[in-house]
Design a protein around this ligand. Structure first.
Ligand code: ATP
Ligand code: MG
Length: 338
């Protein structure tokens, strides 16, 4: 077993240590005896004086000490060598890991270029971040400016994942995405994020556009059917309020839509962002987007959404998909198969 292995290793180690001790001790004694043995016959035959023996021993030991560095430092040298070997092994291992990482990631990365005015997807294959599940296979979509795409499919089919991939949050898969830079796009989630603070801050979120006037804000609130919202803070756009608890989900969704109309991104992504609205309210928002030739991509389950979009992408099982023009589809009187 393992204990046997350890004991055996210990035995080998002590045997080596014993042999090494014999050798170095013997070597040191030899250094004392050897010059005496060589010079002794010369002294006995009267060729050398006694003092020469001591000189010879002295000279010999100086030369020997210089030459036998390897033997006296044997233990330290071997410890050093062992250290170098271990570091070398670690180095090789890390190198190997790096090489494997390169192999793993490089061919399996989606390429994104940010020069495009709208969205163009080329042979786009989307996988979950660990790469274990394929969600969409070799998708080709080109959305013209002013075009609008509705993405449909069962829950869990990969609709939101496709938006995450276009945003650049997910990069596992293959193919190419052309789109505007991230700052020119806007993503509206199903449950909008209400920032703590004033109505103005709420409407200007996420910022980085030109600052709207109070008149702009009022006009925008009218479009999204929230005309009376400023009344709740006595018409003061700069008063703090607890917006999360004060607004219903549908109201929050309309407020989030108002942010979109204020920022005016090149492309809007609406991930079930009108799901809590009644049909007239939903219609009002989409009609505005169509009228002002916004380019947008929506995700939704309701087939009433079809009429507000130019194209529909249906995501099916095992990465399959179909892309149709909404006009054709509605003319046939068909709804996409669920
Ligand atoms: N971070 C993640 N890591 C691994 N798998 C994930 C991750 N996020 C989502 N998934 C899986 O990817 C699949 C697609 O998820 P996605 O959110 O795109 O579904 P969806 O089509 O938007 O569904 P829904 O209509 O319910 O919103 C799901 O099976 C989900 O469990
Ligand atoms: Mg989703």
């Amino acid at each position: 077993g393992r204990l046997g292995g350890v004991a055996g290793n210990m035995m080998v180690l002590s045997r080596w240590n014993r042999n090494l001790a014999f050798f170095t001790t013997g070597y040191n004694y030899l250094a004392l005896i050897l010059p005496t043995i060589i010079v002794a016959p010369l002294f006995l035959s009267g060729q050398k004086e006694f003092g020469d023996i001591t000189k010879a021993i002295g000279a010999f030991s100086v030369v020997l000490a210089a030459v036998s560095l390897v033997i006296t430092q044997f233990e330290r040298l071997s410890a050093f060598a062992a250290g170098v070997t271990r570091l070398g092994a670690l180095w090789d291992y890390l190198d190997e890991q790096d090489a494997e990482d390169d192999l793993d990631t490089e061919p399996d990365q989606i390429q994104i270029s940010e020069e495009e005015r709208t969205i163009s997807l080329d042979e786009l294959t989307v996988k979950t971040p660990n790469g274990e599940r394929l969600l969409i296979r070799e998708l080709d979509v080109k959305l013209p400016p002013g075009g609008s795409l509705l993405i449909m499919g069962e829950s869990g089919s990969g609709k939101s994942s496709l938006l995450r991939t276009i945003a650049g949050l997910w990069s596992c898969g293959e193919g190419h995405i052309g789109r505007p830079p991230y700052r020119n796009m806007m993503f509206l989630p199903q449950r909008p994020y209400m920032i703590p603070g004033t109505l103005r801050a709420q409407l200007e979120y996420p910022g980085a556009g030109k600052t709207p006037t109070d008149e702009d804000l009022k006009a925008t609130l009218e479009i999204v059917n929230l005309t009376s919202l400023p009344d709740r803070v006595d018409g003061d756009f700069d008063r703090d309020a607890d917006w999360v608890n004060m607004l219903s989900l549908g109201e929050q969704q309309r407020l989030s839509f108002a942010r979109l109309l204020i920022k005016k991104p090149a492309i809007a992504f609406l991930d079930e962002s009108t799901s809590a609205l009644d049909e007239p309210n939903e219609e009002r928002l989409y009609a505005h987007l169509r009228k002002h030739r916004y380019t947008f991509i929506s995700v939704g389950h309701r087939s009433t959404l079809l009429k507000y979009h130019t194209h529909v992408l249906q995501i099916g099982k095992e990465g399959s998909w179909t892309l149709l023009s909404c006009e054709e589809l509605l003319a046939q009187g068909n709804e996409p198969v669920r």
